[in-house]
Design a protein around this ligand. Sequence first.
Ligand code: ASP
Length: 340
Amino acid sequence: MSNVLLIYTGGTIGMKEDPVDQTLRPFDFDSLLDEVPELRKFGTSIDHVTFDPLIDSSDIEPAMWQKLAALIERKYDAYDGFVVLHGTDTMAYSASVLSYMLSNLSKPVVFTGSQLPVGRLRTDGRENLVSAVEIAGARERDGSAIVPEVCIYFNSLLIRGNRSTKVDADGFDAFRSPNLPPLAEAGIDIRYNKDIILRPSRGLLSVSSALDTRVSILKVHPGITEQVVRDTLLGEATRAVILETFGCGNAPSRDWFLDIVREAADAGKVLLNVTQCLRGTVNMDLYATGRALHRAGVLSGYDITLESALGKLFFLMGKSNDNEYVKAYVEKNLCGEISK
Ligand code: ASP
């Protein structure tokens, strides 16, 4: 029998309507278990830890990622897998950053949540939770985990955490990994896509908890002003900037824009090009506007998601104060986050 640790951080899945002001507020874990009695008869032994306070995931902070990583590290040997109940709003950010913080994983860390509280009729929470537990406990005949990755299970799809993005604010089909097929699909059975699931690490789990969040994001758009570009790229408090560009990595080619990019690169900042498109990859050699960015010192995020790029930079910058170190690693595939 597998044993799984359920970590309840908050989110809609465990919320109830406040009778006074009708807003959704978190309720305790035992009430959650009462709503999903299936969990009590599972062929998996389930323990739980509840975060205090429970939070709406819009309030997530790096300190909570550190707390989560430390908890998983402490309990790692005692469990076959972990399920993290988390609000959907920032789940893709948390699953992304945790995939970098937890290296040498040989066990599943499955994030899930729901769009409707688990106590509501027609909730998606019950199925999401039950299947996430099944996946977290799933093992091959030799006892190794089937999905030794940080991933998200939502609405019948299991996707890699650092490839995920929330695509629907109110539909059940809320998450996608646009540049990687799902790791598994749940129907009558759970069908695992073993060709793309990462192999379990033979090394020991290693947790990197230092994160440096001095990253800015500049979403380019027609009409963007010089002052906005200057403030974002050259701000003193910024070590790295994600340039969210058009199509395959293009940005305005006006002189003032490229001059600021060059000034930021010369100042040693890490400049990472991530496309605004949901699908596809940055290729700065295709158009003159992209090539100009490349020449100015901008690095390629390839087909990384914005959420994952942010987590990767937090992680790499937490590892070293030297931006040359960050630049040396940011274009590499660290844990399946880019197709390269
Ligand atoms: N605001 C909620 C949260 O992210 C939404 C959800 O869980 O779906 O915590």
